[in-house]
Design a protein. Structure first.
Length: 110
């Protein structure tokens, strides 16, 4: 119990003035590292994906998140109508599109 009471006492005021500033600097640097390594790149990827989904037009070949390949034959606000075979058309959400190959472009090689 005695050690607990000693731990709860406020620290002595002499010579410990810089410790709070070093702690603030440490937390500030951790926040900056998280921002530049995690948050900012994720925001960039989100903007690129939104631009990709907005650029879809008729005739583009797409691959959905489920792996379905098709050609865009109709576009609405939040949906895309694709043709996956002769006389087979499917309406999908735009958000389910994962890859868009524009007319005349070669498919991406990864």
């Amino acid at each position: 119990m005695h050690s607990f009471l000693l731990a709860m006492q406020p620290p002595a005021q002499g010579g410990e003035g810089g410790s709070i500033w070093s702690m603030v600097l440490m937390f500030g640097s951790i926040i900056a590292i998280f921002y530049f390594m995690i948050i900012r790149p994720q925001q960039k990827r989100t903007k690129e994906r939104e631009a990709l989904l907005e650029s879809i037009k008729k005739g583009d070949k797409i691959i959905t998140a489920g792996g379905m390949h098709g050609t865009v034959i109709g576009i609405e606000d939040k949906t895309v109508l694709i043709q996956i075979a002769d006389n087979v058309k499917v309406k999908l959400e735009r958000s389910s599109v994962s890859v868009v190959n524009k007319i005349g472009e070669m498919p991406e090689q990864k």
